[in-house]
Design a protein around this ligand. Structure first.
Ligand code: SF4
Length: 238
């Protein structure tokens, strides 16, 4: 797929980050889930060999991106050796690599890689975060931990005044967003599936860009491209 041309101006440096900064500071200080506080610390203390000696973030990870975001990309949870290591959502692991290539092709990121918090990556009209901001054991947060964390989704959505669409990466994020929005008869998750919320936002489902989903052929890069083209249309960016 040919990369979409970025409209001008690409980035809005003038928008105040104050409210998002305040939300981010609250997230970073959160210790609401004892099991996840222990796990994010444990993961940092016992890194795999390739990250040995690195100073881990080992705290909750706030959202990251453009304060004028039309598109919110919602993941499952912070990765133990991705965001929990770098301090930035969707950074420094294979899932981040796949996602960032797709965002770049869609004209929503200024580069196809997301390696560390100081790499200068800038997103266009896009915000990245996970439903659960701390790394959970086996990548499986409990329903209570999800519920503890959803107020942070509310706070970021409230601060992102231009938001129109939430791309839910995988069934967990889809269910979390429906739960967050108070939807009683929950529509089934589907890649490319849409659900319009009462508050004007649209949920859009996508298979999670995990190495497993890619290796099994459940998700291909063209399929991700289609979802982000759909997100751009829903976000009025097409
Ligand atoms: S998962 Fe969310 S609510 Fe739980 S400790 Fe981390 S930031 Fe706080």
């Amino acid at each position: 797929m040919q990369r979409a041309r970025l409209p001008e101006p690409c980035w809005n440096e003038a928008v105040s980050l104050t409210e998002l900064d305040r939300v981010g500071a609250r997230i970073e200080a959160c210790v609401r889930c004892p099991r996840l506080v222990a796990w994010r610390t444990e993961a940092a203390a016992r890194p795999p060999e390739r990250y040995a000696g690195e100073a881990y973030w080992a705290r909750p990870v706030p959202g990251f991106g453009d304060p004028r975001a039309r598109i919110f990309v919602l993941g499952l949870a912070t990765a133990a050796h991705g965001g929990n290591r770098t301090g930035r959502a969707f950074t420094g692991n294979p899932t981040a690599s796949l996602l960032m290539r797709a965002l770049h092709r869609a004209g929503l990121a200024d580069r196809p890689v997301s390696e560390h918090a100081g790499d200068g990556l800038r997103l266009h009209r896009t915000w990245l975060a996970s439903a659960v901001r701390c790394a959970p054991p086996a990548n499986r947060p409990s329903p209570a931990e999800r519920d503890n964390c959803l107020p942070y989704l509310s706070a970021e959505v409230a601060a992102l005044e231009d938001l129109r669409v939430i791309v839910c990466l995988g069934g967990f994020a889809w269910q979390a967003a429906l739960h967050w929005a108070g939807v009683r008869r929950k529509p089934k998750f589907a890649h490319g599936g849409e659900h319009r919320l009462g508050n004007g936002l649209v949920l859009l489902g996508s298979y999670h860009p995990s190495p497993r989903n890619v290796h099994t052929g459940l998700l291909t890069e063209p399929m991700l491209d289609e979802v982000f083209a759909q997100a751009r249309r829903l976000g009025g960016l097409a």
